[in-house]
Design a protein around this ligand. Structure first.
Ligand code: GFB
Length: 315
C-alpha cells in the first residue's frame, strides 16, 4: 500500500473557504502538517500566471483541489459557461502548476454527476464514459471528467502520483443556502425553516420526489480524502459515499423532522428531477478500511443547527 505521510509536509487546500475546503481544513488541522491556503483576493485560480507564481513561492508538497464552481440542479442548468469554463481553468491551472513546481502528491475532487445518467447501480468507477451524461449538469461533469483525465495523463506521461476522488452528494456546515443555487439539502432546510417561521401550511419540493440520492456529510468526505491522500495511488478514481440512498420525498420528510416544520410537502413537477439515481459503489474505498461516521438524520439536525446559528439571519 502506498504511503504519502503528511508529517512535516506543506499541504495546500485549494478552495478552503467552501463547504468541502473548510471540512478538509478542519480534518487536516488534526495532522502534523503545515496547511497552506489562499483567498480569492490573494489568488485568482482562473489566472494561470498567478497560480504558477503562487505555487513557485509557496512550494507545497501536497495539493488537494477542492476549489470549483459548484451548485445545484438549477444553477448548473442556468450557468453552463461558469460551470464548464471556470472549472476547466481552475483545475488546469492548479494541476499544471503543481506538476511544474514538483508537487509530489495531488488529490483532485470530482463529483458523482460525471457518471452516465442511466448506468447500472450502484455505480462502479469503471462506468465512466460508458454512456450519455445527465443534461442538467453535463457542463460541470465534462469539466470534472477533464480534470480526472488530466491527472491520469500526468501519471502516465510524467509518473506523478496524482489521484482523483469522486464524492456523492454532500451536505453540511458552510454549504450554499441560497435557494436558487443550492443543492437539495440546504435548499430544503432553508425553505422549511422559513415556512416554519411564517406558519405556512405547505412547502414545495422540486420535481416529483421520485429521484434517489445518496447523501454524505462533508466531514466524512474530508476524512476519506485524508486517507486517500496518504494511501491511495492508482489511475482509477475512488468513489466516496455512504453506500445507501433514499428518494427525495423521503429526504424531504427527514428534513421536515429536523427543522420541526409541521406543514405539508407538495411536489412541483415543473422543476427538473435530474438524474433518476446515482448511488455509488464504494467497495474500493471500504477495502481501504474507511467507513462513514455521520448518520443522515444526525447530520441533518446538526446542519440545521449550524444554519440557524450562522446563516438564518440572512433569511
Ligand atoms: O441536489 P440537487 O440540486 O442536484 O437536486 P443533483 C437533487 C434532487 O433534489 C433533484 C430535488 O431531483 C431536485 O429536483 N430537489 C427538491 C431540490 N427540492 C429541491 C431544492 O429545494 N433544491 C434543489 N437544489 N433540489 C447535482 C449537480 O445534481 O449533484 C451538481 O447539479 C453536483 O453539479 C451534485 O454534481 C453532486 O443531485 O440533481
Amino acid at each position: 500500500m502506498s504511503s504519502f505521510p503528511l508529517a512535516g509536509r506543506r499541504v495546500y487546500v485549494a478552495g478552503h473557504r467552501g463547504m468541502v475546503g473548510r471540512a478538509l481544513v478542519r480534518r487536516l488541522e488534526r495532522e502534523p502538517c503545515t496547511l497552506l491556503t489562499a483567498t480569492r483576493a490573494e489568488l485568482d485560480l482562473t489566472r494561470q500566471a498567478a497560480v504558477e507564481a503562487w505555487m513557485r513561492a509557496e512550494r507545497p508538497d501536497l495539493v488537494v483541489i477542492a476549489a470549483a464552481e459548484v451548485g445545484g440542479i438549477l444553477a448548473n442548468a442556468s450557468r453552463p459557461v461558469d460551470f464548464l469554463e471556470r472549472n476547466l481553468l481552475i483545475e488546469i491551472n492548479l494541476i499544471r502548476a503543481a506538476a511544474e513546481t514538483g508537487v509530489r502528491r495531488l488529490l483532485f475532487l470530482g463529483s458523482s454527476c460525471i457518471y452516465p445518467r442511466d448506468c447500472p447501480q450502484p455505480i462502479r468507477e469503471d462506468a465512466l464514459l460508458s454512456g450519455p451524461l445527465e443534461p442538467t449538469n453535463q457542463w460541470y461533469a465534462i469539466a470534472k471528467i477533464a480534470g480526472l483525465k488530466l491527472c491520469q495523463a500526468y501519471r502516465r506521461q510524467h509518473g506523478l502520483a496524482y489521484v482523483t476522488a469522486m464524492p456523492t452528494n454532500l451536505y453540511g456546515p458552510f454549504d450554499n443556502f441560497d435557494p436558487a443555487g443550492s443543492h437539495v439539502v440546504p435548499g430544503l432546510l432553508r425553505r422549511m425553516h422559513e415556512a416554519k417561521l411564517r406558519g405556512d401550511a405547505a412547502v414545495a419540493i422540486w420535481g416529483t420526489g421520485r429521484p434517489r440520492r445518496e447523501l454524505l456529510h462533508v466531514d466524512d468526505l474530508a476524512d476519506a480524502c485524508v486517507l486517500l491522500l496518504q494511501r491511495y495511488d492508482d489511475e482509477l478514481p475512488v468513489n466516496v459515499g455512504c453506500g445507501e440512498d433514499l428518494t427525495i420525498a423521503e429526504l424531504a420528510a427527514l428534513v421536515r423532522a429536523a427543522v420541526g416544520f409541521a406543514g405539508e410537502l407538495v411536489f412541483d413537477p415543473s422543476k427538473p428531477d435530474g438524474t433518476p439515481r446515482k448511488l455509488l459503489d464504494v467497495s474500493r474505498l471500504r477495502a481501504l478500511g474507511w467507513r462513514p461516521r455521520v448518520p443522515l438524520e444526525e447530520g441533518l439536525r446538526a446542519t440545521y443547527a449550524w444554519f440557524r446559528e450562522h446563516a438564518a439571519d440572512g433569511v
